[in-house]
Design a protein around this ligand. Structure first.
Ligand code: HEC
Ligand code: HEC
Length: 249
């Protein structure tokens, strides 16, 4: 009996140690290199929370430190704006995963001053997101992307724009500014151009994808665009197709 208890005790200790190893701090040194943080897989119904540490290994104090993120869905908070020589500071990241699918990259630009010289360091965070089909109350991208908080980037820039400018303003966030692809597919491949189907594309732009990873953009479906704007986007795709066909013939 004692022997089993002892075994149990040993294995318990072992498990604790493993946990301890996994919980090791991720420390990023402030220098002029690009740093990467790779995380695992997350469900879309809860925000991602992650902490890492910024370390100042130099002899001078890091001052005026701010962290910029490109998408308002992701924030990086710090308790102070400086890090003394040899010290570390915790950075807390939160990312709203609503509507995200697949592998996502987020860039953090750390702006700071060293001996009064303005510097920056870039940190890229990558993780993958899957839909939690068990979460019946998960927020839908359609319900949030065009509201006050998210819409200042994802909807308002569409106002008064058409065609290419409109694509760059609101589609580029997911499909790449020039349509080359980002978190969502690109439209510039030979295959896509050849097989481009304006009816199908129009339907998706107006109503969104069935899994709602892309919300409907037509105002009748809760989006920021009128029918004329959607038509201008289809025309933009068709013009690109024409250019492409002219190029290969
Ligand atoms: C300050 C402008 C801004 C705001 C506000 C903003 N976004 Fe974004 N969003 C972007 C940019 C820029 C991208 C392109 C990817 C990147 O650079 O992070 C993006 C990309 C996305 C994507 C595509 C997947 C990805 O992460 O790349 C989703 C989904 C998204 N945003 C959702 C949201 C939601 C939900 C909100 C509100 C909680 C929001 N965004 C607020 C600028 C913004
Ligand atoms: C929040 C991200 C997001 C935004 C913003 C967005 N899309 Fe999408 N879109 C997607 C996703 C995700 C898909 C599904 C295909 C994929 O997984 O890449 C898709 C699919 C499409 C398709 C169908 C592609 C096919 O396979 O035939 C078209 C066309 C399209 N989008 C056009 C647009 C246009 C035009 C805009 C701007 C009005 C836009 N999208 C804005 C994420 C987005």
């Amino acid at each position: 009996m004692f022997y089993f208890k002892f075994l149990w005790f040993i294995s318990f200790f072992f498990v604790l140690q493993i946990n301890f190893v996994f919980a090791a701090k991720q420390v990023i040194i402030i220098d002029n290199t690009l740093s990467k943080i790779e995380l695992g897989q997350y469900y879309d119904d809860k925000p991602l929370s992650y902490n890492f540490f910024l370390k100042n290994q130099g002899v001078d104090k890091v001052e005026n430190l701010t962290i910029e993120t490109s998408c308002g869905c992701t924030t990086a908070l710090t308790p102070r704006k400086f890090i003394s020589s040899g010290k570390m500071m915790k950075v807390s990241i939160q990312s709203d995963l609503t509507g995200k699918r697949g592998i996502i990259y987020k860039e953090f630009v750390v702006n700071y001053k060293l001996k009064n010289i303005v510097k920056k360091k870039i940190i890229t965070l990558s993780f993958s997101v899957v839909a939690n089909i068990k979460a019946h109350h998960a927020k839908k991208l359609t319900d949030v992307l065009f509201n006050d908080k998210c819409g200042k980037c994802h909807a308002t820039p569409a106002v008064g724009k058409k065609g290419k400018a409109l694509f760059k303003a609101v589609c580029g966030f997911c499909h790449g500014k020039n349509g080359g692809g980002a978190s969502a597919r690109g439209f510039t491949s030979v295959e896509y151009m050849k097989n481009f189907n304006p009816k199908l594309a129009k339907n998706i732009i107006e109503k969104g994808t069935t899994d709602e990873s892309m919300p409907g953009f037509l105002n009748d479906h809760g989006g920021p665009l009128n029918a004329e704007q959607v038509d201008s986007l289809i025309q933009y795709f068709l013009n690109r197709k024409k250019d492409y066909l002219r190029f290969i013939n």
